[in-house]
Design a protein around this ligand. Structure first.
Ligand SMILES: NC(=O)c1ccc[n+]([C@@H]2O[C@H](COP(=O)([O-])OP(=O)(O)OC[C@H]3O[C@@H](n4cnc5c(N)ncnc54)[C@H](OP(=O)(O)O)[C@@H]3O)[C@@H](O)[C@H]2O)c1
Length: 294
C-alpha cells in the first residue's frame, strides 16, 4: 500500500477508489477518517505509512457555505492544514485538490497558476486558506486546481440537468459564466498518475497546477451538450430546449466568477497531461447513469 485517499465517499473520491487496486491504496470515506480529528489523522498516517496522500475531502456546498462559514473553513482550510502536518510527520507527500473559485472571475485570459487570487465567495476563500495552510506546513505537496467537476456519483451539474430535463419541458440556464467542465474520471486518472510517480521515488516539481477540461464552455452550452448527449443515448425522449439567461435572472446566495477558465499549460508542459476533453467524460457519465436507470 503506498497511497491513501481521504474523502473517498465523495464524487472524486469514488472515481479514485474505483481505479486504485486494494494492494496499492487505502481509500477512506469520512466515516473512516474524519479530517476534523487531528489525533485520528496523525494516528492513521503513522499506522498506514503511505508514501502519498490524495486529499479528495472537502466542503463543496458553494451556496450553503455563505451561511455555514465555520463548517466550510473547518473542512477546506483547517483540515488540509491538519493533514499536511500529519504528512510531514509521517514522511508522506500530499496531492491536494483546489478550485477555480480562488479567482475573482475578472481576467482577459485563462487563469494561470501565478495569477493573483481573490475569491468572491466563502467557499473560494476557504479553499484558498486551505492552499495556504498546506504551503506553510509541508514542502512536498502538489495542489491541483480544477473546476466544474462532474461524474456519475454525487450532486453535480450533469445529474441536475438530466433530472430537470426529465421533469420539465424546457430549461433556463445561465450563459454569462464561462468555465472548464471537468470529468471526475479524468481528474482521478491524473491524480493517480502523479501519485504513482511520487510513490516510485520520483521528485516532482512541488507546485500548484491547473488541470481542468476543455474546451471552455458556459453553463448554458454545457447544459445543451448534456441534453443532446442524453437524448442521443436514449436517456431523454426529446432534446428539451435550453434557454440562455443572465446570472441576474438566477440569483444564488454565493456569487460566482464570470470567467473561470483555467490555463492547463503548466501541467501539460511539466507532466505531459493536456486538458482532457470533457465531452468524452460527459458521454461516459451519461452511459453510467443509463446503466443505473432501472
Ligand atoms: N465539485 C466541483 O465542481 C469542484 C470544482 C472545483 C474543485 N473541486 C474540488 O474537488 C475536490 C473533490 O470535490 P468533489 O466534487 O468530489 O466533492 P464532494 O462530492 O462533496 O466530496 C467531498 C467529500 O469530502 C468529505 N468530507 C467533508 N468533510 C470531511 C472531513 N472533515 N473529513 C473527511 N471527509 C470529509 C465529504 O463527506 P460528506 O459528504 O459526509 O460531507 C465528501 O464525501 C474538492 O477539493 C473540491 O473542493 C470541486
Amino acid at each position: 500500500m503506498s497511497i491513501l485517499v481521504t474523502g473517498a465517499g465523495g464524487q472524486l473520491g469514488r472515481e479514485l477508489a474505483q481505479r486504485l487496486p486494494a494492494a496499492e491504496a487505502v481509500c477512506l470515506p469520512r466515516a473512516a477518517l474524519d479530517l476534523a480529528d487531528a489525533s485520528i489523522v496523525r494516528a492513521t498516517l503513522a499506522r498506514l505509512r503511505p508514501q502519498v496522500v490524495i486529499n479528495a475531502a472537502a466542503y463543496t456546498a458553494v451556496d450553503r457555505a455563505e451561511t455555514e462559514r465555520d463548517l466550510a473553513f473547518a473542512a477546506n482550510a483547517e483540515a488540509p492544514g491538519v493533514l499536511a502536518r500529519a504528512c510531514a510527520e509521517a514522511g508522506a507527500a500530499l496531492l491536494h485538490v483546489s478550485t477555480d473559485y480562488v479567482f475573482n472571475g475578472q481576467s482577459p485570459h485563462p487563469w494561470r497558476e501565478d495569477d493573483p487570487t481573490g475569491p468572491i465567495n466563502v467557499y473560494g476563500a476557504s479553499k484558498l486558506a486551505g492552499e495556504q495552510a498546506i504551503r506553510s506546513a509541508l514542502p512536498r505537496h502538489i495542489i491541483v486546481r480544477t473546476a466544474w467537476v462532474f461524474g456519475a456519483h454525487g450532486a453535480n451539474f450533469v445529474r441536475t440537468v438530466l433530472r430537470l430535463a426529465r421533469e420539465r419541458g424546457a430549461l433556463r440556464i445561465v450563459a454569462d459564466q464561462t468555465g472548464s467542465p471537468t470529468w471526475a474520471g479524468h481528474l482521478a486518472e491524473t491524480l493517480i498518475h502523479l501519485a504513482r510517480r511520487i510513490a516510485s521515488g520520483e521528485t516532482l516539481a512541488w507546485e500548484i497546477y491547473h488541470y481542468a477540461g476543455a474546451p471552455a464552455s458556459s453553463w448554458h452550452a454545457f447544459a445543451e451538450a448534456i441534453v443532446r448527449e442524453a437524448h442521443a443515448q436514449g436517456l431523454l425522449p426529446a432534446a428539451v430546449p435550453v434557454e440562455p439567461i443572465a446570472s441576474a435572472a438566477y440569483p444564488t446566495p454565493a456569487r460566482r466568477p464570470a470567467w473561470s477558465v483555467l490555463d492547463g499549460t503548466r501541467m501539460a508542459e511539466t507532466f505531459g497531461l493536456a486538458p482532457p476533453d470533457w465531452r468524452i467524460g460527459l458521454a461516459q457519465t451519461l452511459a453510467a447513469c443509463k446503466a443505473e436507470t432501472p
